[in-house]
Design a binder for this molecule. Structure first.
Ligand SMILES: [Zn+2]
Ligand SMILES: [Zn+2]
Length: 426
């Protein structure tokens, strides 16, 4: 790979890193991707709303939040055409090149940031080298700045190669909240795809390692539960109210007591609580923010059903009401073993790769599974690759950073896989 390309990949990744945007607010990120796609030259470019089944979007933030980020993007010079196409939280891009007869291959990359502040400490490369987040409270702490840079690098390499077939790159919004995979899948972009590749950098694997096909991504459901009671004076009339705080604590205690399932792993967690008004007031309203996960979609659904039963029962016990909102969810889909086998064979021939892991459990949740599921349902194959990168600290921490040498490696592995599929007939 030439130095020019290598430098361009790092520069692009750093540009994304400097301007992190949260789920459904990736306006500036979308615009930068569109600009790069126009430079590369593609046959079809679908920006924003037209690529998404809008009604399937999940975990969409309030419209004030979306408008705030849109205005920020407008101030940064994002073209009106992109702002119009992505209006009201319809971010993302799908780009396609037609290169003669052959299979239809797709690559999916996510692009959203995490809502944590980035470290300013010396020793944190983005701080030392001047590409730290310029947006307080948000950071690319999962590598989703590197993912679109890699995907653009692959597209450019495929366009320049003798690949024969159709190649589509999906720049998916809102992965961190499991919100974007489903509307993109329902939007139809992968309906004719024979081979889908999705990937993530890092996840504990060092530069030079590739997991050819991740398995057992955890199915996940994010919910909130708002307990509604009635306030009263805590000294004079404690029995006059109905206590939403009591209902909430009962729910939390019993949620963690949901029976394990004999078929496999389940998880439940509440990570945030908000409510009440003062120490001398019986709490009128309390909201819990939580999630369940399962080793399979059915195990997630079992745990979610049990959790909802516990929430209703806790409300009933304390004479309160509860409103349960299903914020988002993702399903569990394994990589196709045949395609993973091909990825492993190709990766073994890439000089920068020293370790190929044929298959390994992902251990996290991923909403690329909706796209994978759609491809499998139509008779195609998909694989979820983990491409190693030496990362400074674990994902979702303020000092997370990727090894930029792994960007080239990722481009090489993915390009070689696409080319090798292009040499086959579906
Ligand atoms: Zn993440
Ligand atoms: Zn991630």
């Amino acid at each position: 790979m030439s130095h020019d390309v290598r430098n361009r990949l790092s520069a692009l990744r750093r540009a994304f890193h400097r301007h992190p945007e949260p789920a459904w607010c990736e306006f500036r990120t979308t615009a930068r991707i569109v600009a790069e796609l126009e430079r590369i030259g593609v046959d079809e470019l679908i920006v924003g709303r037209d690529a998404l089944a809008s009604e399937h979007r999940m975990a969409v933030p309030p419209s004030e939040t979306i408008h705030e980020w849109r205005d920020r993007a407008a101030d940064a010079g994002v073209p009106t055409a992109v702002l119009d196409a992505t209006a009201d939280g319809h971010t993302g891009v799908v780009a396609t090149v037609h290169a003669g007869d052959g299979p239809s291959v797709a690559l999916r990359a996510d692009m959203d940031a995490v809502s944590i502040p980035e470290s300013t400490e010396p020793g944190h490369r983005p701080a030392d080298e001047g590409f730290r987040s310029e947006t307080d409270g948000y950071m690319h702490a999962c590598g989703h700045d590197a993912h679109p840079a890699v995907a653009l690098g692959v597209l450019e390499a495929v366009v320049a190669s003798d690949f024969s077939g159709t190649f589509t790159v999906l720049f998916q919004p809102a992965e961190e909240v499991a919100g974007g995979g489903k509307p993109l899948a329902e939007g139809g972009s992968v309906d004719d795809v024979d081979y889908l590749l999705a990937f993530h950098l890092g996840l504990g694997y060092p530069t030079g390692t590739v997991v050819a096909g991740a398995t057992e991504p955890l199915a996940m459901a994010h919910i909130t539960a708002t307990f509604e009671g009635a306030s009263a004076h805590a000294g004079k009339d404690p029995s006059g109210g109905t206590n939403a705080m009591q209902a909430m604590t009962t729910a939390v205690q019993n949620a963690y007591g949901i029976a394990r399932h004999g078929d496999g792993m389940t998880r439940v967690n509440f990570g945030r609580v908000e409510g009440g008004s003062a120490s001398n007031v019986i709490a009128e309203e309390v909201t819990l923010d939580g999630e369940v996960r399962g080793g399979t979609t059915a195990l997630m659904e079992y745990t979610r059903a049990e959790l909802e039963r516990v929430l209703y029962a806790a409300a009933e016990l304390h004479d309160c009401d509860v409103v349960i909102r299903r914020i988002s969810e993702s399903i569990s889909v394994d990589s196709d073993p045949t395609l993973a086998g091909l990825v492993a064979d190709v990766a073994r021939d890439v000089p920068a790769i020293d370790t190929v892991v044929p298959a390994a459990p992902l251990g996290a949740s991923e909403d690329a599974t909706f796209l994978m599921d759609r491809v499998h349902a139509n008779g195609g194959r998909s694989s979820y690759l983990v491409i190693g990168t030496d990362h400074s600290t674990s994902h979702h921490t303020p000092t997370f950073d990727v090894d930029e040498c792994s960007l080239d490696v990722a481009v090489e592995v993915l390009t070689d896989v696409v080319s090798s599929i292009g040499e086959r007939r579906p």
